[in-house]
Design a protein around this ligand. Structure first.
Ligand code: FBP
Length: 562
């Protein structure tokens, strides 16, 4: 190897990956000056139409937008100032969204400028930002992470915060704001778009669908970015565990996988690796399963494998499982309301035991009994602070440990009754943060760049209150279709922090959808055999069959996989 005195500033892989040029959809290639907007029919929210319309009088019912070829020279005549903010959890490809925005803006007019608010939405309130110049962008192209401008979970919600946001943007002569986030952050984008219009401002707000959880999707948004890369990373790790399990043949590995609410990540990883048991939260809810029934289901498979001399296996547990178990869901909903209603009293209490006793005293008898029956650690974890959007921080609840603790008791009872003949040695894992900042797969690198570029074109066309939409994703990127979907179209009313709020509806795993149906066909075989698949690491170089592979979820949903 040739010697050099220069200290490299990044890894060799990064140096090569920086040179990767994302493939743009054909329609965007020549830039915004060669794109025309085609508007569809007026839209409706997915539910609660009258209420959503009342809350969003200025942005409700806007048409869908599709980009078609055409000449639009006016776009290049006026120089604009755009700002971008990354909101919520990290997802691979965030930097390429920014690169797409920057390139889309500069292609239309070299004088257009892009600024990044620092640390998430709080950066808007505190007016903390930096200019994203082409030079600064270079080192971040095709990299994972959000470190160029960081992220945060602050919600811009109160009248004062909304006014503050508008003031910051006006004062700094910002023409358009792009919010890169999940369902909650994009709901916030919709709220800002409405507020700006209501107050006579022309600042356009565009959202970009981000979340590794894969639950911000619908007919027009085929997937959120980051899901592809994160599930590939988790699948590599789970595949490695499957191989270890089959080599050592002495442990049951319980792997909890991120995905705050929906079980898409777990289901996708199951398709990629074929573990022995996969719990799907949405099925648990549909079957109204109790915690006890889940334990019985797991114990039966463990005992059946033990009968065949197999005291080992792999179990996938979705992070959000706990909220799908009806009795736990009821408990969490009651806790959410009580924690919000008694915030002031609770803040004066010092110990978690004191807080727990206080809350238990306020719960209805059945839920109080359930709370008391839970292992102390889990009960305390359920009481942790909610995030600014009112969500339980499920990534901090060790559901896999709860299952193992209950299984030990169950299997000991079965042993006494001679219904379990084996051993049960378990190991736990939680894979979440490991996947959120990985180098984006080729799919995510292309998709995020296109989403960013497309968002710039939407804003340059004066659209506001839209989510950047790039679709037909199982085709080659050149053939992807581009446009915008009104944010209000995806909303319904849900209970948050004890109040009814308009929010973008989360896409949960559909039990009559192809990804679940295909899994259900195979799970019995996977339970009793060692049909493990080993997907290996993400390939950034090599045959297109491996580098450009889309998720099984997307392929099943969009019909390119049987
Ligand atoms: P987003 O919905 O903001 O994309 O975040 C998703 C997620 O990664 C969840 O899977 C996880 O439960 C949560 O973030 C963890 O949040 P935090 O980063 O605040 O610990």
């Amino acid at each position: 190897m040739a010697k050099t005195n220069k200290t490299p500033t990044c890894s060799v892989l990064q140096q090569h990956r920086c040179k990767f040029k994302p493939v743009l959809p054909e329609i965007l290639k020549k830039g915004a000056c060669f794109v025309k907007t085609k508007t569809g029919k007026a839209t409706q929210s997915v539910a609660d139409q009258a209420t959503v319309k009342k809350i969003f009088p200025n942005t409700y019912g806007m048409p869908e937008i599709t980009f078609v070829k055409g000449s639009n020279p006016a776009i290049g005549k006026k120089a604009i100032k755009m700002a971008v903010v990354l909101s919520g959890g990290q997802a691979p490809g965030g930097h390429n969204v920014i690169a797409g925005l920057l390139d889309g803006l500069k292609k239309a007019n070299a004088k257009n400028k892009l600024y990044g608010f620092l640390g998430g939405p709080s950066g808007i309130l505190e007016a903390k930002w930096k200019e994203i110049t082409p030079k600064l962008m270079e080192a971040y192209r095709n990299t994972g992470g959000f470190d160029l401008i960081q992220s945060g979970r602050t919600k811009i919600e109160t009248e004062e915060q909304l006014a503050q946001a508008l003031e910051t943007l006006k004062k700094n002569k910002v023409d358009a704001l792009v919010i890169v986030g999940g369902d909650d952050s994009n709901t916030n984008a919709g709220v800002l778009a409405e507020y700006f219009k209501k107050n006579g401002s022309n600042i356009n707000v565009i959202g970009v669908p981000k979340t590794i959880d894969g639950d911000l999707k619908n007919d027009k948004i085929e997937t959120s970015f980051g899901f592809d890369t994160a599930t590939k990373i988790y699948a590599e790790l789970v595949g490695n565990i499957c191989r270890d399990v089959n080599s050592a043949q002495k442990y049951w590995h319980f792997v909890r996988l991120m995905g705050r609410s929906a079980s898409h990540i777990t289901l996708e990883v199951a398709h990629k690796t074929h573990p022995n048991i996969t719990l799907v939260g949405e099925e648990v809810l549909a079957k109204k399963m109790t915690l006890k029934q889940i334990i019985d289901y797991l114990a039966d498979i463990i005992a059946a494998r033990a009968k065949n001399g197999k005291n080992f296996g792999v179990v996938l547990v979705p992070e959000g499982l706990i909220e799908f178990i009806p009795e736990m869901k009821a408990l969490i909903a009651a806790l959410n309301d009580l924690l919000a209603d008694h915030e002031a009293e609770l803040s004066k209490m010092n110990s978690i035991v004191e807080k727990k006793d206080f809350i238990i005293s306020k719960l209805p008898a059945k839920l109080a009994a359930l709370m008391k029956s839970l292992p102390a650690g889990i009960a305390s974890q359920l009481m942790l602070d909610r995030d600014p959007h009112g969500n339980v921080q499920v990534s901090l609840i060790e559901t896999e440990k709860l299952l193992i603790e209950m299984l030990r008791t169950k299997l000991a009872d079965m042993k006494k009754a001679k219904k379990f003949v084996g051993k049960f040695n378990s190991i736990t894992h939680f894979f979440g943060y490991e996947g959120r900042c990985g180098a984006p797969s080729t799919f995510d690198a292309n998709y995020t760049y296109a989403l960013g570029y497309n968002a710039a074109v939407l804003a340059l066309n004066g659209c506001s209150g839209y989510l950047s939409s790039v679709r037909k994703l199982t085709r080659k990127p050149q053939a992807w279709e581009c446009g915008g979907v009104p944010l209000t179209m995806m909303m319904n009313i849900e209970r948050r922090k004890g109040k009814e709020k308009p929010v973008i509806r989360k896409a949960l795993v559909e039990l009559n959808g192809e990804p679940f149906k295909q899994f259900a066909k195979k799970r019995e075989l996977w339970a009793m055999s060692e049909s493990y698949f080993f997907p290996g690491p993400i390939q950034l170089f090599g045959p297109a069959e491996v580098t450009d592979m889309v998720t099984c979820t997307l392929a099943f949903e969009r019909g390119s996989k049987k």
